[in-house]
Design a protein around this ligand. Structure first.
Ligand code: C5P
Length: 233
């Protein structure tokens, strides 16, 4: 099955090795739209892993949270676009020049190669730091004004972001816990259905799938939960 819910589900492949990542992606892929490759996995296994995931037919969310001078971030964004990822992340405190550089460079590189440009996702404030909804919305707006069309946020802020940015914003929310899963270290959690109803386009889920006795069944259950959501757009 590859319904709407599957396209919305992003799986955090927070495992140490290529073999484990490919096994998990293989087991769950029918229910997952995008495999999220983060700092540890990319640092150990690199672009080769991304290519292997793509060769196996998976969508890719490269979560390296670029934050540097605009020229350096532009070069990294070109590399992400050349790799053919579907989404990649940047940090909003890098400033609007940096955000614009990420967006423009990735669009330009994708166009040169005849590829679909990736969606740039701006991380507003790390949930490990104190913040207010006003601050999150202000940073999201500055990213939007720089051309970035995606925002990573907690599910609790998704509604305010949707109201502020409108229907074209791509809102991605981690911090998701189905009712049957443990919260782990996530403190501001929402269920898959609640996150979609609050305005999220995609949800990021890691441990509730990875640590399940049957990851494929867990991914399927999450997709089914999302498909119960009543979406008003
Ligand atoms: O295992 P869990 O479902 O908590 O994984 C969530 C994923 O989303 C992890 O890869 C984590 O790094 C990421 N993330 C998060 N909270 C944020 C930003 C990213 O949990 N605020």
């Amino acid at each position: 099955m590859q319904g709407d819910g599957s396209r919305r589900l992003m799986l955090a492949l927070d495992v140490p090795t290529m073999e484990e990542a490919l096994d998990l992606a293989d087991a769950t892929g029918d229910y997952v739209g995008y495999m999220k490759v983060g700092l540890r996995l990319f640092t150990s296994e690199g672009p080769e892993l991304v290519r292997a995931l793509k060769d196996a037919g998976h969508g890719i969310f490269l979560d390296l949270k670029f934050h540097d001078i605009p020229n350096t971030v532009a070069d990294a964004s070109r590399a992400a676009a050349a790799l053919g990822v579907d989404f990649f992340t940047v940090h909003t405190p890098g400033g609007s020049k940096m955000l614009k550089a990420a967006y423009e460079a990735s669009e330009d590189e994708a166009a040169k190669r005849g590829l679909t440009p990736p969606t740039v996702l701006a991380v507003t404030v790390l949930t490990s730091l104190p913040s207010t909804t006003e601050e999150v919305v202000a940073r999201a707006r500055s990213a939007w004004d720089a051309g970035v069309r995606g925002i990573v946020s907690s599910p609790k802020e998704a509604r305010a972001l949707r109201d502020a940015l409108g229907p074209d914003a791509v809102i991605v929310t981690p911090g998701i816990r189905p009712s049957w899963a443990a919260a782990n270290d996530q403190s501001r959690v929402a269920t898959p259905k609640d996150a979609i109803e609050a305005g999220a386009n995609h949800i990021v889920v890691g441990r509730p799938i990875r640590n399940a006795d049957n990851p494929r069944e867990a991914a399927k259950a999450i997709v089914e939960e999302m498909e119960l959501a009543e979406v008003t757009e």
